[in-house]
Every structure is written in C-alpha cells, then in structure tokens.
Ligand binder design. Structure first.
Ligand SMILES: *[C@@H]1O[C@H](CO)[C@@H](O)[C@H](O)[C@H]1NC(C)=O
Ligand SMILES: *[C@@H]1O[C@H](CO)[C@@H](O)[C@H](O)[C@H]1NC(C)=O
Length: 431
C-alpha cells in the first residue's frame, strides 16, 4: 500500500512540508498497520464463510467460477419437442429434458455452447456427399431458434462471440451463450457457408458428426464407420486452415483417430473436444485414445487443447456397466485425462439434452456441483476446479482469437472448392 497518491494532490509543492511529512509518518506507522490488520480479519471472516462440506465448498467455488459447458443440445431438443415454436414453451421451465433456466441457475451454469445440430444423412447425401439437400436450411433454422431464444430471454442470456463477451455476460449475471456447430456436414460442402456461419456467431465446428462427410472421416457412434478419406480430405485440410483464420475452434469430438491426428498436425490454433470421454475406460472409437490425448499440451509436437468430458453413460462405461454410471465415473474420466495431460486441459461437455440417459448424481444441469464436490473429495483445489469449470475453455478461446487476428493480416478468405462440384466452375456467361 502506498500513501503517495494521498500526498501528491495537485497544487501542493513537490517537496512535502514538515506537516505533510509528519502526516505521512503517522500514515505509515499507524494507519497502514490498522488497515492491514483489518484486511487480515476480513480474510479470516471470509475464510470462515467457506463451507466445510464438499458440496457446500463446490457451490461456494462455482459462485466465482461457474461452469462453461462445451455441449448442450437444447436447440435440437426444442426442435424435436416443440417444432422450434418459441411460443410453445417457457425456457425458464420446467422443460421435459435436462435443461431449463431454473435448473441451470441451481447448477451454477455460467455459460454453454448451444449445439447447432442437424442429423447427418449419409444415404441421402449420395456417394460423394453432393446432395446436402435440406441440411443448410435446417442448420439456419437451429441458429435462428437459438439466437431468438437468447434474445427473448435476454434478462438471463447473452449471445457471446469472444472470451471477453463470456466474461462480461457472467459479470452481468447472464448465462453466456455461444454457438457451436456439431458436424461439417452442415456446411453443404462450402467454405463460403462456413464464413457465413461465423458471421452468425458460430465459434466451434466439430469436423464430423457420426457420418463421414466431404471434409473428414467420422468415428461413428456405436458402430464404427468405414473410412472414406483416411482422415481429412483435401478440402478438409483447407477447412481446418480456414477455421484457424476465421477464429472458429476446431472441435475433434466425433472424428476418427486419423482425422484427429491429422487436424492436430496442421492446426495453427488451439483445439477442443466439446464432448468426449477417454477410450481408456470404454474401448469405442467415439472416445479419445491415449495416442491422441498425448498430442495435447505444451511443447514440441503438441497443441494446446481442452478435453471437455461427456457425461453420457454409454460413452463413459462399457455396455454392461453403463447403467451404473455415476458422479464417480465422470470424475474418473476427468482425473484420468488430467493425470495424463494436465489439469490445464480438461473441461465439462455434458451432452445434456442430447442423450437419453445420464449418470446418477448428474441427472441434469442442476447437478454440476455434485461433480465438483466429488473432485474436492479427491483433493482438487479451487484453482484447478476453476480451470476445469471454464478457465481452460477461455484460454483456448483466447488462443484461437489471437491466432485469427494474426492470420487475418496476411491471409485472404480461402477459395478452395470441393472438387466434385462443377456448379462453381464459372465461364457460364461470355460477355
Ligand atoms: C406455437 O405455439 C403457440 C402456443 O402453444 C400456439 O398457440 C401456436 O399456434 C403455435 N404456432 C404454430 C405455428 O404452431
Ligand atoms: C458410484 O458407484 C460406485 C460403484 O458402482 C461406488 O463405489 C461409488 O461410491 C459411487 N459414487 C458415488 C459418488 O455415488
């Protein structure tokens, strides 16, 4: 603590008068110690305010560092239940799924990525994915639904495009609302469509859903998918580069191992898994193998990233054990990933409203504190929990924003085109 500003008020002489010097001495010998003591007492009292039980502690920590969830399927649930009719339901609740505002508030949810999702329909898209049919329309409808809900309930929600927006929304007591797009099949094979989605607010793109698409191979969900490109297609490589330039996070949930490894080797910006489990506990392609996890981190050959852990029973555990998934199961995934690649690389990606069953103790968005309590029991401290809750995601977002700012200075919009498309060949009118 410095007393200089008090003494250096405008208009007074630069060399303090004897009286001023005396006052300064009183300040440093009497006032400063009193203030320090008051500070210590304040901290002690405040410290006593921290609850002793794990759940109380979890709620206390989450008040200052609320959960930022990487994947909530609210928009597609509202499409399927209410046909996207905003007047037909009240977002404050009660709603039939895992999400509504009242439960989100109870669960200390500070923000989330609204999953913009339409089913991939590989059969209807044709052998070369050349018939995206109604997918782009349906995707736009899901964006429209999301931004209109955020607007309609603007006393509780704010549409966010940057990490700073997220911080500002939380400070204003709102649920920070980001748009994440679950599958490049929604691009209609077009980087121009990607750029338009960016302008509408989309800030992550999962390279695939459960089907292969024109850009990349998928891991499938329960059945494995036969590989088409051997990872990324040539256009998929251009897609990753263009996402880096635009500032859209490369999301590697749902993709095949080869797609993940190739994307990690070419991305110039941090990456995320918006909702994925570790394959260590359940050997299915949809989960992340150690080989891929080991590419995440700091240092040579590694990429900064955040693995936001999925709560879905059937990803977390093999089929015979899945019905018994509980809070401990999900904590196991978080700890396994954190032990392997560090607590700076984990987050929460519940998949709420996108799955039919959820673990005991994590039934819906009101239950996040149970998971934090379980980790407190296992020795996690406030700093690590705040990284898990949202700090790591914000770091990745900032990293992606910084790379984009740099790349935009010398890279132009990517004009790469799907080689199967001839409608954009030009030379159709000869003036
Ligand atoms: C939307 O929902 C409201 C309230 O249930 C209903 O009155 C209205 O008819 C619905 N609109 C359409 C187009 O279905
Ligand atoms: C989760 O289930 C396991 C065994 O099925 C049990 O040992 C553990 O205590 C449970 N955890 C919680 C938090 O209920």
């Amino acid at each position: 603590m410095s007393s200089e500003p008090l003494l250096g008020t405008p208009g007074t002489s630069s060399s303090p008068s004897p009286t001023l010097a005396k006052r300064k001495a009183i300040l440093t010998t009497v006032v400063v110690p009193i203030l320090l003591l008051a500070g210590i007492i304040f901290v002690a009292i405040k410290g006593e305010g921290i609850p002793k039980d794990d759940l109380g502690k979890a709620r206390y920590y989450l008040k200052s560092s609320p959960v930022l969830d990487g994947h909530v399927d609210l928009p597609i649930a509202m499409r399927e239940i209410y046909g996207n009719n905003l007047s037909a339901f009240d977002l404050n609740g009660p709603l039939p799924g895992h999400y509504d505002t009242s439960r989100a508030r109870k669960g200390h949810l500070g923000g989330f990525f609204w999953a913009i999702f339409t089913e991939c329909r590989e059969e209807e898209e044709g052998a070369d994915f050349m018939i995206p049919s109604v997918t782009v329309r349906d995707t736009l409808e899901q964006i429209d639904l999301s931004v209109n809900l955020i607007e309609k309930y603007s006393s509780d929600y704010a549409l966010c495009r940057t990490a700073d927006d997220v911080m500002a929304a939380i400070r204003a007591g709102k649920i920070a609302s980001l748009l994440g797009m679950e599958g490049a099949h929604m691009l209609g094979n077009s980087l121009g469509v990607l750029r338009t989605y960016y302008d509408l607010g989309v800030r992550y793109l999962t390279l695939t859903h459960s089907c292969n698409n024109a850009f990349a191979d998928s891991a499938g969900i329960f059945g494995d998918v036969e590989e088409r490109w051997g990872g990324l297609s040539p256009l998929g490589r251009e897609l990753v580069k263009e996402m880096n330039r635009l500032g859209i996070i490369v999301d590697l949930s749902h993709v095949s191992d080869k797609t993940a490894l190739q994307a990690l080797s070419i991305t110039r910006a941090p990456v995320m898994w918006s909702h994925s489990c570790a394959r260590h506990f359940n050997d299915m392609q949809r989960n992340i193998p150690d080989e891929v996890l080991d590419k995440v981190g700091k240092g040579k050959g590694k990429v900064d990233g955040v693995v936001m852990v999925n709560f879905y029973n059937n990803f977390a555990l093999p089929k015979d054990q899945a019905p018994f998934a509980n809070v401990s199961t999900i904590a196991d995934h978080i700890e396994y990933i954190a032990d392997r690649i560090g607590r700076h690389h984990v987050g929460i990606g519940s998949d709420y409203d996108g799955v039919e069953v959820t673990p005991a103790g994590l039934e819906d968005v009101s239950k996040y504190p149970n998971l934090f309590a379980e980790l407190i029991k296992r020795g996690w401290n406030q700093r690590d929990l705040s990284l898990l809750a949202g700090g790591n995601l914000l770091r990745i977002m900032r990293g992606v924003e910084d790379v984009s700012k740099k790349l935009r200075k010398h890279e132009s919009p990517n004009m790469a085109k799907y080689d199967k498309r001839h409608d954009l060949d030009g030379h159709k009118i000869d003036f």
